[in-house]
Design a protein around this ligand. Structure first.
Ligand code: UT7
Length: 322
């Protein structure tokens, strides 16, 4: 089989959100902030926050089940689970193995990938490579987070920005011209202190809380995302005019607008869910993708670019014929 023609194709998508939705006004009762500030600086209106019984694995399992249904497949068909998260249920074992057990496909390959907000792009790339090499045929690729558990609720500059959720896709080997055309990834560890968690199993022995220098992250995000989008489009032999939809990491509506402007991209082609979900880190791209597929905006045959940037820094983009 020609490796150019093997896909991997997206057979189905799913997502899951915690039951509890919190508005900016509700948050402003506990944190020194306002709906006006949050909307003007970020575009965020709501975020979903996990309750005690909701974890990264429960959200991931629900999203994976919905993706299997959408693909008309069962857990028995799956031979690979790659789960991107920075908020695993436990330090180990991998949350992917908890999801595997819940789905009942024990025995297949299952592991986590850590690249924070770019995690889904990294997980997608791993699954893509394993499918292309023949090591796997049908994969569940998941981005799932409960960032509310690593937020410092005394720090208004960060706690208003994030939410919890999960998104999943079924990625399969399939002959044809659809599927992932290319994925480009990058990392630059020199920027560790701009966005990090001040704890860890191997240092403090605690989970830690999220710390961010927002302005610097913002500046790097627009630069890195624009350049990786151009790099990915060039590698796929496409131009911005060929693209039907950009499905970006949902950190801040202003980052989405600034990146679109830099690329002369019609902002009407950018899927925005940041107003409803806030920043759900590794979950944000598959959550946005599933939302736009289910509401009918993204259709079979559309050319998509998925992109993200996050702590590390890490960043990446994937060009996909859906
Ligand atoms: O997912 C990984 C990628 N993450 C990102 O891409 C996030 C990137 N950064 C951002 O989105 C923005 O930098 C923020 C939304 C985090 C902040 O927006 P900003 O326009 O850069 O504001 P700032 O941090 O410069 O703060 C401006 C002012 C400050 O007050 P002074 O010093 O000007 O008096 C802050 O104290 O806004 C104040 N402020 C707040 N006020 C009300 C900061 N947070 C809040 C708040 N409510 N929640």
């Amino acid at each position: 089989m020609n490796s150019e023609r093997i896909g991997p194709v997206i057979k189905g998508t799913g997502s899951a959100l915690p039951r509890t939705r919190v508005s900016n006004a509700e948050l402003a009762k506990k944190v020194d902030t306002s709906d006006d500030w949050i909307v003007e600086r970020t575009g965020i209106k709501f975020r979903h926050i996990a309750q005690k019984d909701e974890t990264t694995s429960t959200l991931a399992t629900e999203a994976a089940r919905k993706a299997l249904d959408a693909a008309d497949m069962s857990a028995d068909d799956i031979d690979l689970i790659v789960l991107a998260t920075a908020t695993p249920d436990q330090t180990f074992p991998a949350t992917a193995t908890i999801v595997q057990n819940e789905l009942g496909c024990n025995g297949c390959v299952a592991f986590d990938v850590a690249a924070v907000c770019s995690g889904f792009l990294y997980a997608l790339s791993v699954a893509e490579s394993m499918i292309r090499s023949g090591a796997a045929k049908n994969a569940i690729v998941i981005g799932a987070e409960t960032f509310s558990r690593i937020l410092d609720w005394e720090d208004r500059a960060t706690c208003v920005l994030f939410g919890d959720g999960a998104g999943a896709i079924i990625l399969s080997a399939e002959e044809g011209n659809s599927g992932i055309l290319t994925t480009k990834l990058h990392a630059d560890g020199a920027h560790n202190q701009m966005l990090y968690v001040d704890g860890g199993a191997g240092t403090t022995g605690t989970v830690g809380k999220l710390r961010m220098r927002g302005r610097e992250v913002f500046r790097h995000a627009v630069t890195n995302l624009s350049s990786v989008l151009i790099e990915a489009m060039e590698a796929a032999g496409t131009t911005i005019d060929d693209v039907d939809w950009v499905v970006p990491h949902q950190a801040n509506a202003r980052i989405l607008d600034a990146t679109a402007k830099k690329l002369s991209l019609d902002s009407g082609k950018v899927i925005k869910t940041v107003d409803q979900h806030a920043n759900t880190s590794a979950a944000s791209v598959p959550l946005a993708l599933d939302t736009a597929i289910r509401d009918g905006r993204i259709k079979r045959g559309d050319l998509l670019i998925l992109e993200a940037m996050g702590g590390g820094f890490t960043w990446g983009a994937s060009v996909i014929r859906y």
